[in-house]
Design a protein around this ligand. Structure first.
Ligand code: SF4
Length: 252
């Protein structure tokens, strides 16, 4: 008689309060499911080269939109720009940088008067504290200069990985990729570098973008996301790369 082999019953995963809480705690802003292309057709190196050649042809010297006069004011502007628009930050910093464009001048200005300059920017109290803190640290530990390594920049109050990437790229010409909300969206939608977190997208983009484009790639992708590949209504009909984009919901 044939022996009956029973398949083991699938293991039940108990949903504890802890696991439910962990799932619920996922950041809301990261909606990769809606952004991720269903197409699995991978990009070829030639296609990626073509994308960035088109960006370069259309805008050979892209510029960031945060106004600054030196690495220190760039650092301050980036710290102030968290959860704020570049235009809003520029409006406040034009007058601020007239009086405080070095760490020493910022300390001389003091936290209270700094708050007055930046009070139109969200979270300005915390940001004022951070700007004074980072100015003090630049003076005490870095001779008043903005340091040139990621770890050192990230050690400053209010500065994270994105801040370090922007400063290293714009002030020091490093091939870094700062991933903001626009770059995150474009990386996922196009399929160039899908990822659940900004870090995944950053590392994915660094891996696929040829070195010759890396100095400006961050700006091309930000500007593309800000003015063409808009979050709600992407302007696919005028998009430079609409024939290559992998997003199944593109409108062309
Ligand atoms: S085709 Fe549409 S979705 Fe794709 S990159 Fe262009 S604007 Fe964005």
């Amino acid at each position: 008689m044939a022996k009956i082999i029973r398949k083991p019953a699938p293991r039940k995963v108990a949903v504890t309060k802890k696991t439910a809480k962990t799932a619920a705690a996922k950041p809301k802003a990261v909606k990769t499911k809606a952004l991720k292309p269903k197409s699995t057709k991978p990009w070829t190196p030639a296609e990626i080269h073509e994308v960035f050649s088109r960006f370069r042809k259309a805008n050979p010297e892209p510029r960031g939109e945060l106004e600054h006069v030196n690495p220190f004011t760039l650092l301050v502007a980036v710290v102030l720009s968290a959860q704020a628009t570049d235009a809003g930050v520029n409006k406040a910093t034009r007058a601020l940088f007239e009086v405080a464009d070095t760490p020493q001048k910022m300390l001389d200005l003091g936290e209270e008067r700094l708050r007055e300059y930046i009070k139109t920017i969200g979270l300005y109290r915390t940001k004022a504290r951070n700007v004074i803190g980072l100015s003090a640290k630049l003076l005490s530990e870095f001779g008043g200069e903005v340091p040139r390594t990621r770890a050192e920049i990230e050690s400053l109050p209010g500065a994270g990985r994105k801040t370090a990437n922007v400063v290293l790229n714009m002030a020091f010409g490093e091939h870094t990729m700062a991933v903001d909300t626009h770059v995150f969206r474009v990386g996922n939608r196009t399929g160039l570098a899908p990822g659940k977190t900004p870090l995944e997208v950053e590392l994915g983009l660094e891996k696929v973008i040829p070195s010759e484009f890396m100095l400006h790639a961050h700006h091309w992708l930000i500007l593309h996301g800000r003015y063409t590949c808009l979050a709600r209504k992407p302007r696919c009909e005028v998009c430079l790369i609409n024939d290559l984009c992998r997003w199944p919901e593109k409108t062309v």
